[in-house]
Write a protein that binds this ligand. Structure first.
Ligand SMILES: *[C@@H]1O[C@H](CO)[C@@H](O)[C@H](O)[C@H]1NC(C)=O
Ligand SMILES: *[C@@H]1O[C@H](CO)[C@@H](O)[C@H](O)[C@H]1NC(C)=O
Ligand SMILES: *[C@@H]1O[C@H](CO)[C@@H](O)[C@H](O)[C@H]1NC(C)=O
Ligand SMILES: *[C@@H]1O[C@H](CO)[C@@H](O)[C@H](O)[C@H]1NC(C)=O
Ligand SMILES: *[C@@H]1O[C@H](CO)[C@@H](O)[C@H](O)[C@H]1NC(C)=O
Ligand SMILES: *[C@@H]1O[C@H](CO)[C@@H](O)[C@H](O)[C@H]1NC(C)=O
Ligand SMILES: *[C@@H]1O[C@H](CO)[C@@H](O)[C@H](O)[C@H]1NC(C)=O
Ligand SMILES: *[C@@H]1O[C@H](CO)[C@@H](O)[C@H](O)[C@H]1NC(C)=O
Ligand SMILES: *[C@@H]1O[C@H](CO)[C@@H](O)[C@H](O)[C@H]1NC(C)=O
Ligand SMILES: *[C@@H]1O[C@H](CO)[C@@H](O)[C@H](O)[C@H]1NC(C)=O
Ligand SMILES: *[C@@H]1O[C@H](CO)[C@@H](O)[C@H](O)[C@H]1NC(C)=O
Length: 444
């Protein structure tokens, strides 16, 4: 008898239970319970943890719990627990009561384990940061269900490759970072190319490979493009210059070859261009001269040939100019003396010849002047004494001949003087004894 009536009763029971739980999913009680339950799975909290107030005894004050934000109806809409030394996993975080959550920020903690795919149910989320934890596993493709998200930062974790083909575009996304995961080893994730509102994209410090897709030029709002320290190869997309909002391009430490597209000259707002450590092997396009907002230009450790275009002298806002370890030849253009804001000028390890332009000695803000291992000749003039901010003067392995002028004693900031392997004559002037900061001297 009992055996016959049991199944329907049990069924009813299950139905009622699930109706009950549906009703309470979004209630403050259910939210409080979920938070407290998750808290209990975390390792010992520090004495002044923001989670101290998270307690069912304090249920009536849910909206006043530290790190919690509520909407007008008194339900939790924001969870922001950043830099709180949380250690544990997200495995026991119940996402169900938080379907209306707009902000989820657990950045700068010690969370481990994977990102649960259930996060994809919180479709009201606008801001998600799990930056700087120890999360691992694949990034769940369900995260792209978050169609309202505008900020998504999964940087500095241990996340692995994901099935990017299952990811869909997030139309409102403006800031996306997978920075510094090291484990992401695939071609450029295609879905990113359809996130047309992106202004900030950071894939740097991973192992992404293949070419940088030319379609990247469709991300017309892009201001910051960080792809450095990956394994990208092939050419820099020819059309990069259509991204006229770009302020930063970081492509350092990849395997890019060929030339810098001349369209670069259209990027009037560009302030940092970092192409350090690639295999670029063209001449330096004169169109750089149009990028008049550049503050940092790093072309070092490539295979650039030919001369330094004299249009470089138009980049009057430059603070850092790095072209060391290339195959640049001819003389240094005297126009370089227009770059009055220069702090670092590093052209070492090229085949530059002729004299150091007289105009260089007018760059009185210079802190570092490295021209070693070239074929520079001529003299070191007395005007060098004007470089009173210079900390490092590194000119060894050239063909400089002359005596070292006594005015070198005016360079009160000098810490490092390396001028050996030239044809310099005479003794070091006595004035050198005035240089109280000098720590490294090599004259041989
Ligand atoms: C989400 O918000 C809407 C509108 O404020 C409300 O009708 C709905 O019940 C909420 N859902 C949950 C799960 O909190
Ligand atoms: C939160 O705290 C403030 C004062 O700190 C109080 O006025 C307010 O009523 C509290 N709100 C809730 C929901 O407990
Ligand atoms: C986290 O731990 C560090 C180092 O132990 C400590 O200085 C800091 O105050 C802690 N922060 C919190 C919110 O507990
Ligand atoms: C960008 O976001 C705005 C809202 O901020 C939206 O109206 C627009 O459709 C989005 N653009 C694209 C190309 O998705
Ligand atoms: C998103 O990126 C923009 C640059 O496009 C930046 O100004 C902004 O601070 C970033 N947003 C956040 C929340 O970091
Ligand atoms: C990119 O890396 C993946 C994983 O290491 C590899 O299977 C694939 O062949 C690489 N693709 C290219 C173009 O190097
Ligand atoms: C360049 O990237 C490789 C990994 O792709 C890394 O091992 C190496 O340390 C990086 N080099 C520099 C100078 O950053
Ligand atoms: C640059 O390098 C690529 C690949 O090694 C080579 O095919 C090309 O001919 C080189 N271009 C120049 C101008 O040297
Ligand atoms: C250096 O600057 C001074 C003062 O601005 C100027 O008179 C002189 O011509 C400049 N010298 C060189 C070589 O550019
Ligand atoms: C420097 O070298 C160039 C050839 O590169 C030569 O024409 C010039 O006379 C040399 N000048 C001095 C001062 O040695
Ligand atoms: C430096 O070398 C040039 C060309 O060889 C020569 O004309 C000049 O006299 C030399 N200067 C000094 C100070 O030895």
């Amino acid at each position: 008898m009992a055996a016959k009536t049991e199944p329907p009763l049990l069924f009813l029971h299950v139905v009622m239970l699930s109706i009950l739980s549906l009703q309470i999913t979004a209630s403050p009680e259910a939210q409080a319970e979920a938070l407290v339950k998750w808290k209990s799975t975390l390792s010992a909290l520090p004495p002044r943890s923001p989670l101290t107030l998270w307690s069912l005894a304090n249920l009536n004050n849910l909206c006043n719990w530290t790190s919690i934000g509520c909407d007008a109806t008194g339900t939790v809409s924001e969870i922001t627990v950043s830099g709180a030394n949380l250690s544990g996993t997200l495995a026991h975080f119940n996402f169900t009561p938080f379907l209306n959550l707009t902000r989820f920020d657990l950045s700068h903690n010690y969370l481990t384990g994977p990102i649960p795919s259930e996060i994809g149910r919180l479709t009201e989320l606008q801001y998600v940061s799990l930056l700087d934890n120890h999360l691992d596993g694949k990034i769940p493709y369900q995260i792209t269900n978050l169609q309202k998200v505008h900020y998504l930062d999964l940087g500095s974790n241990l996340l692995l490759n994901s099935d990017w083909s299952k990811f869909s575009a997030m139309p409102l996304l403006t800031n996306l970072s997978f920075y510094n995961n090291y484990g992401l080893t695939s071609g450029f994730p295609g879905f990113i190319l359809d996130c047309h509102n992106l202004t900030f994209l950071d894939l740097s410090y991973n192992k992404f490979n293949g070419t940088i897709p030319p379609k990247i030029s469709h991300l017309s709002k892009l201001k910051y493009l960080h792809l450095g320290d990956n394994q990208f190869s092939g050419l820099i997309p020819e059309d990069i210059g259509v991204l006229f909002n770009l302020q930063t391009i970081g492509l350092f430490n990849n395997s890019l070859e060929g030339r810098i597209p001349s369209s670069i000259g259209k990027l009037k707002g560009l302030s940092r261009l970092d192409l350090f450590m690639n295999s670029l092997n063209s001449t330096i396009p004169y169109e750089f001269g149009f990028c008049t907002n550049l503050k940092l230009l790093d072309l070092s450790e490539n295979s650039f040939t030919g001369e330094i275009p004299l249009e470089i002298g138009l980049l009057t806002k430059l603070n850092y100019l790095y072209m060391y370890y290339n195959q640049l030849s001819d003389s240094i253009p005297s126009e370089i003396g227009n770059l009055k804001e220069l702090l670092h000028l590093e052209l070492s390890n090229n085949q530059l010849s002729g004299p150091i332009p007289q105009t260089v000695w007018n760059l009185t803000n210079l802190q570092v002047l490295q021209l070693f291992s070239n074929n520079l000749n001529g003299s070191i003039p007395s005007e060098i004494g004007k470089l009173t901010n210079l900390q490092a003067l590194i000119l060894f392995s050239n063909n400089l001949n002359s005596t070292i002028p006594p005015e070198i004693g005016n360079m009160g900031s000098l810490q490092q003087l390396e001028i050996g392997n030239n044809q310099l004559e005479g003794e070091l002037p006595d004035t050198i004894s005035r240089l109280g900061n000098l720590r490294i001297i090599t004259l041989m």
